[in-house]
Each structure stands twice: as C-alpha cells, then as structure tokens.
Design a binder for this molecule. Structure first.
Ligand code: FAD
Ligand code: FES
Length: 244
C-alpha cells in the first residue's frame, strides 16, 4: 500500500477532538471512505508499528481533513506531528440514492466524522437531510457546532437531549434513507430503529491492522454465516447484511 507524505496545514481543537487538515489532490474521496495514517518518518520511526484508520471528515477537492480523538500512542503522535503519511482513500463508502427523499444522518462520538463530507455530498445532490449527533458529554459535543442545525444528545445531559442519539431522533419511519456511524452497540440500535427501512447503511469502526485486505483483523459477521473484511467490503455496509 502506498503512503503519501503530506504537511499538516492546520490543526484545530474542537473540545475533545482534533481537526487536522492536509492538502490532497490525488483523487476523489467518497463519503464514508477512510485513510490509513501515521506520522512521517517510517520506517525509521516505526512508532507505532501499524498505521491507523480514520474516516475522511471533509474534502473540498483540495484540502482533506480528519477528525480524531486521542486514544493511544498512534493518535497522540498524530496530534503533534508536523508531517504525516496517508494512503489514498480506501474502502467502500456510503451509497447515495438521491431519489429516496429525506435522509437521516446519525453519528455517535467520533463516529460523527464521516457525516460532514456525506452532508456536503447530499447538499450537492439536492437531497434534504437531518443530522443527529450523540456524545458522552459536553466536551465531545463541541464538534456539533460544525454541523449546522444538528440535533444533539449527550449521555450526561449537559447538551441537548439527555440520552442516546436515538432519543434525539424520535422516529426514523419518515426517512427514505438512514446513514450512520458510531460504536457497534449504537449501530445495532440504529438498525433496529430503522426497522423495515430498506435503505439503512452503517459504517463500522472495527480495529484494523493492514487496511488492505491481507490480515483479516477487521472482519465483521454477516447474515447467512461467515465474515467479510471491513477494510475492503466496508467500512460501510447495508444494515441487513450485518449479522448483529
Ligand atoms: C474505518 C474506521 C474509521 C475510523 N475513523 C475514525 C475517525 O474518523 N476518528 C477517530 O478518532 N477514530 C477513528 N477510528 C478509530 C481509530 O482508528 C482508533 O481510535 C485509532 O486506531 C486508535 O489508535 P491509537 O494508537 O491512538 O490507540 P491504541 O493504542 O491502538 O488504542 C487505545 C485504546 O482505544 C481502543 N481502540 C482502538 N481502536 C479502536 C476502534 N476502532 N474502536 C474502538 N476502540 C478502539 C483500544 O481498544 C484501546 O483501549 C476509525 C476506525 C475505523 C476502523
Ligand atoms: S485491516 Fe487487515 S484485512 Fe482489513
């Protein structure tokens, strides 16, 4: 897998999260696709040994951005490095059906990341949509101000509705399409709430080793038995495909 060395153009703190921008002109970005990223200096640095996966947060044709939460060594270094190495966009993103009517976009925690560029694409296609964002607390909810008009829920009740993102939504029945990203228990609850909505897509955040289909570290169970790799066949799946 080829890595491109890019300068970090801007880093901005958004509550608990960091927004990182870099110039990217080497190809289109589909909403829901991800990038493997690491600090520049490989193989000298080798720290951490494996690059880490991140959804594209936004892309305007020239500047790409990632939104991340510092969790461990890899993200702590990305938070500081002047230059990073990134792959081209990877995986299968959200499939957009413009004729299905109003869409609901649901994000949980750092899973809000791919919804920004998805909203940008829906705007370009003239598809109406509502955004619902759920967070643990007020510090992570700061990023919600980047999503105009979004309904917010927090588990500690400090911002918006007290509870999960689904409590901010009410019902998903009237939506023609549902797009969601977040931790697996949230995605399972969204799938259940979407019920018979035939067009519900979920972006999973399985941990990844290689990002190129060769380690099988990112598999998810599928209905009918067996597993598929979320770095190749995903990370976005039709809800009915997933066996949870
Ligand atoms: C397709 C995809 C898209 C992603 N998009 C984003 C994004 O846009 N922004 C973002 O901040 N993160 C995103 N993630 C998660 C991100 O890859 C991890 O947070 C990152 O790899 C952690 O690396 P680290 O070295 O800092 O932490 P590590 O030292 O590897 O881990 C620190 C802690 O975080 C936990 N952890 C690590 N990875 C995950 C994971 N995938 N899910 C749940 N817990 C995890 C570990 O169990 C451990 O407790 C995405 C993951 C996938 C698969
Ligand atoms: S991350 Fe290695 S196969 Fe998907």
């Amino acid at each position: 897998m080829k890595f491109h060395s890019v300068q970090v153009e801007e880093r901005k703190e958004l509550g608990s999260y960091t927004l990182l921008r870099y110039r990217w002109k080497d190809g289109p970005v589909e909403p829901g696709q991800f990038v493997m990223a690491r600090t520049a200096g490989y193989p000298v640095a080798l720290d951490p040994f494996l690059a880490r996966p991140f959804s594209f947060y936004d892309y305007d044709g020239e500047v790409a951005s990632l939104l991340f939460e510092v969790r461990g060594r890899g993200t702590a270094l990305l938070d500081l490095a002047p230059a990073i190495e990134v792959t081209a966009p990877l995986g299968k993103g959200f499939q957009i059906e413009p004729d299905l009517g109003r869409a609901a976009l649901l994000g949980g925690g750092i899973g809000v990341a791919p919804l920004k560029v998805l909203g940008r694409r829906l705007d370009a296609l003239g598809v109406p949509y509502d955004v619902f964002l759920g967070f643990a607390d007020g510090s992570s909810a700061v990023v919600a101000r980047e999503f105009a008009g979004a309904e917010v829920a927090t588990m500690d009740g400090s911002v918006g509705t007290h509870g999960t993102v689904l409590e901010a939504v009410g019902s998903l029945e009237d939506y023609g399409a549902v797009y969601s990203c977040g931790p697996n228990p949230m995605l399972a609850a969204v799938k259940l709430a979407a019920g018979d909505n035939g067009f519900c897509q979920l972006s999973v955040e399985e941990r990844m080793g290689c990002g190129n289909g060769s380690c099988n570290g990112c598999v998810v169970p599928v209905r009918g038995g067996g597993y598929v790799r979320s770095c190749i066949e995903g990370p976005v799946f039709r809800a009915e495909v997933l066996a949870w």
